[in-house]
Design a protein around this ligand. Structure first.
Ligand code: NI
Length: 170
């Protein structure tokens, strides 16, 4: 397995466009998913989408378990049911140093494929629902801070740039 560098808001075009569906379920994809798990754990995140490592493909990995031992991947995911609404706060590995709120459903049901191409459904409430929506948004080129007004967004981006400067080389 290997770590893949994470890209930051406005630093890479893949982050801001609609990702392409995955059509080939092969060894290269399985390896990419493993690398995404490793990259997510290394960055101490609970989710990572392929656009965040500069790959505009519809792949995301998630692990919200406390022991960080229950990872799963969603490929070509679609939200097929949702309910409830709540403003939820989140950080994003592509906008480090900031937390922002966005309107989220408190329940979602997602249909996706695993790394072998098999279809499955997953239901999530609260944190898992939130995480699923956040990662699926990434596959549409949408980040948490895109829900903010442009004024608040600029403040967040300035915080991020400061954070990156401070942590550069660490
Ligand atoms: Ni994110």
């Amino acid at each position: 397995m290997s770590l893949i560098p994470i890209v930051y808001y406005s630093h890479h075009p893949a982050l801001h466009k609609v990702a392409e569906p995955v059509t080939e379920f092969n060894e290269a994809l399985a390896k990419l998913v493993q690398d995404m798990y490793e990259t997510m754990y290394h960055a101490d995140g609970c989710g990572l989408a392929a656009p965040q490592i500069g790959i505009a493909k519809r792949i995301a990995v998630i692990d919200i378990s406390e022991e960080k031992d229950k990872p799963f991947c969603i490929i070509n995911p679609e939200i097929i049911e949702r309910s409830g609404e709540k403003m939820m706060s989140a950080g994003c590995l592509s906008v480090p140093g900031t937390y922002t709120t966005a309107p989220r459903s408190t329940y979602v049901k997602v249909r996706a494929q695993d790394e072998t191409g098999k279809f499955f459904e997953i239901e999530g409430h609260d944190l898992l629902a939130h995480c699923l929506q956040h990662e699926i948004d990434h596959l549409y080129g949408k980040l948490n801070i895109d829900y903010l007004s442009s004024l608040k967004k600029n403040i967040s981006l300035k915080k991020m740039e400061k954070f990156l400067k401070r942590t550069k080389g660490k």
